[in-house]
Design a protein. Sequence first.
Length: 674
Amino acid sequence: MLSFLIYFSLSATQRGVPAWWLNNWDKSNTLIAFWSAAQDSWTVSPQYRPGIQQVRSFDDLTKSILSDDSFAVQIDEKIYGNSMLFNTTHLGGCVHEPTGELWAEYTIYDGQELPVKIRRSFYMTPYTTYYLVKYTFESVDGKSHNVKLLDYFATTQYTDGRCADNICQLEESGSASVAVSVDISVDNTFSLGSGDWNNYDNVLNRFSQTGSIPAFPAYKQQPVTFGGLYKFTVEVGKEATVSSVRGFGRNVNDAYNAVLNAVNKGSKVIIEETADEFSKWFKSGIVPNIEGDALDLYYKSLIVLKNSQNPKLGTIASSLHNLYTFKNWMRDAMMAAFMLDAAGHHDEFKAFMNWAVTAELDDKGGFHTCYDTMTGAIVGFVEPQYDGNGLMMMAINYHLQCFGDNDWVRGILGKLERISELLLNRNYAHLLGPSDRAPWEESSDHHTKEGIAEQYYPWTQGNSYGGLIALSKIEEKVGTDMWRVSDYMNRANEIKKATIDQLWDNNQQRFYRGRWADTFQIDDRAESATLSCLFTGLVTGDMAKSHLNYITSKLTHLGYGLARYQNDPYFYDSVWNPCGEGTRESTRSEPVWQVVTAYAAWCEDALGIDYSGRINWMIQYSAYGNMPTGECVDATDGALIVPSSPDCFEHGGVYVFTTLLHEKLAKSILETLQ
């Protein structure tokens, strides 16, 4: 275990993002590949063969058709046969370049430095049904080395596999199929084999014992492995490369043709076409006049938003980390869609909203916390969380006020009116908006596990207020029922008055964290999510300044970053830490969250306060390779909190929007509510 604990003191830029998605962006022929590092975090042992863990495709996105797309090597006489032990000083994390290349480097095996550096790159060209895998080897010890590379993967269903003419076809029963090419420019052999990793006829098992692979040109089993074995020399000062294409189809002939088409193009053209497609997509939106790391992170943040969307359904996975099981958290997905819209990528926004207005609601008319990104079905998690209703209205109003599109908004107005019923409900205490568990999803104590009540949180009150104001503006612009305009405004003002009367601390001139729904007792901890009351305009002027000053005085770490709330134990000594009870992802309580740091920036924008320091902070505390992080970083040294990384909205999304806001390329939420 020690070999994994040595990474504890790494800075933010040394810890890599442990998971990512490749996505072909194609609604008709959807292809999404889930990449993963070997381990979920530095706090737990490796459990994955690093590389593509799943491929979801075409008409059934509920099952994977490929797994364990990884590698092993022999360098000179030594076999490195346990793929899970390949690593780097940045935890084997990945970088997704604006050119479309997803890459990870491997320089360590089982805690020891390798004599060569291995770079494994993936290219999924948008609107194609294949991806290219490219290996680049480089000597790092000043010596030449003889290398055997095993490039392998497994199918997931009962498979009828057969190889001919340097392409293997793997026909999977009851699902889409796979084909794979062999790089004929390198000395090679290739084989199919058993899908049982402990079977001697499994390509990885055979290689790890002997440095060779079986010789099966055909194989039937559930599942089957493919292995391509390449022999070459890595010379000093020269790179050695190997490439292979994985192609997919609704049937095995389509998969074969996808590979054949890609092979005929060649790796160079595939790489160029991938870069061209990404460049076109960036240019179809707003590109700010920034440079260096700021622009690089902007592009990479857009990619995490784009690639996390299911192009067939429109749903958006909130985190690409394995432990978060690729759920569409409604709040996060709503904000991710909004931020894509603000960046000029309106089709993605509308695809999400067209799905969201059809999503199943709970018995009070609120969105469920989570939905399955692949199907849109409800996924059980901490409930209720009612911030999504208001956030939806603000996002659609933002689209309407900034970009027009009256006919589209008019077409969904009836569904918005249905979703508004939760916000209009006057049955909550003191005419407040709903009590719930948003945004931090706490239904039990972080240490005792005892259940805790909902609260009337200013976060949800601010979003309910903003949502009702947004609804009044939507109805006024594209609706026909002026009575609704008045009703929305009246209810918004009731929530505003109740929030100030019940949740404002007159002595300290700030908002409480909330009031417990069962006792109405005050929770007086400082809570940064209360800033929603500022960026929606529920409070303005001196009240807004006083509350912002209170929050920043209590929760600031690392210069410009904010924690969620006082003594926040999550990722520190909480029993609910993602990697399991007893693990500690941070060195202290109050980890620092990018998302609430951005909320402070939005409030400062409204108050005319310079917030460039907060944007620079979001750049400084990015992950290895200038990548968007997960939910937070360590308050002691800024090291990336690995579980949840990457979180699509809570760093990537807010960085995009805050940058556009700062560069005067986007209106604030508040401007569109005035």
